[in-house]
Design a protein around this ligand. Sequence first.
Ligand SMILES: O=C(O)[C@H](O)CO
Length: 343
Amino acid sequence: MTEAPSTTPKVESSEENSSEEETFKILVTHPEVPQEALDLMSRGCKLIMCESLPPNRTEILQKAKGVHGMFWGSHIPLDKEVLDVAGPQLKSISTMSAGIDYVDVEELKKRKIPLGHTPIVLSDAVADLAMGLMLSAARRFHEGRTKIDSSTWENYHIEWMWGQDVRDSTVGFFGFGSIGQAIAKRLKGFDIERVLYTTRRPIDKKLEKQFNAQKVEFHELLGQSDFLFIAAPLTPETEGIFNSTAFPKMKKTAVLINIARGPIVNQDDLYTALKTNQIFSAGIDVMNPEPLPANDKLLTLPNIVITPHIGSATKRTRTDMATIAAHNVLRGLVGEPMLSPAY
Ligand SMILES: O=C(O)[C@H](O)CO
């Protein structure tokens, strides 16, 4: 999976009779890229490191001029302005993320610049987090903690803090790619009843069989899911699709989990749905905006569990993502197919 390009990256010198071989310059837009990836790229290439934390667009624009490759290590928009500043010699870019909603893909395609990204390798880590969010939202972990903090632990009531059972439930997936399937794999141990899903692209019949999964229409997914995972990319079609029209179609006992992108959910409508018990609870790792301000009204609700976009945040996963992104950039520089091309 992580083979280096077959050719050592070298720029063809533009000056006639130049005795010195120029090396490719790669802009690394994040100062904390794991060393393994930096070591790979610095063999034969010159790295132009950005130093700001959080990563900063101004610094990126200052350093982008004349680079041949970009290791895009943050979710800062990668757009026409960046490409114009870099110049026409730019020939290879990779993000260190699965989602590429912050990249102007059409502009890159127009300029014939290959783009790499890092899906698959993070699916297990994100699926682990999704399971945590599912269980903690279903069994009210956050609310339970606030009961302890406020000395309102009242378990002498038989009906106190009742949650939702996972066993025998119908689990829905809005998006059933690598992350959705990794979640479904984990759910096999939970004795669920069935899996429903919607996707843009049809999935292999063998996979459907493996997960006992059935493709349905969006309204059926909403109406029948006890647990509904959002695991789809953010696109113009998915933006805001979980809104005041969708929530009333869900079960009042439903638990919604979002590990994809915040703007797929209309957050004001989610607030209302939770506040008025249109759905039981939610567990979200992604929101809009990020970082979520500490005074956001979502944080006042007892029935939502929120984590700060940490789906892929383990040492092993982030290191693997960085390594794959580095290989993508290096391969793009020498005109070889990337390990995980975005198109
Ligand atoms: O898209 C992704 O890979 C995650 O959101 C982490 O960046």
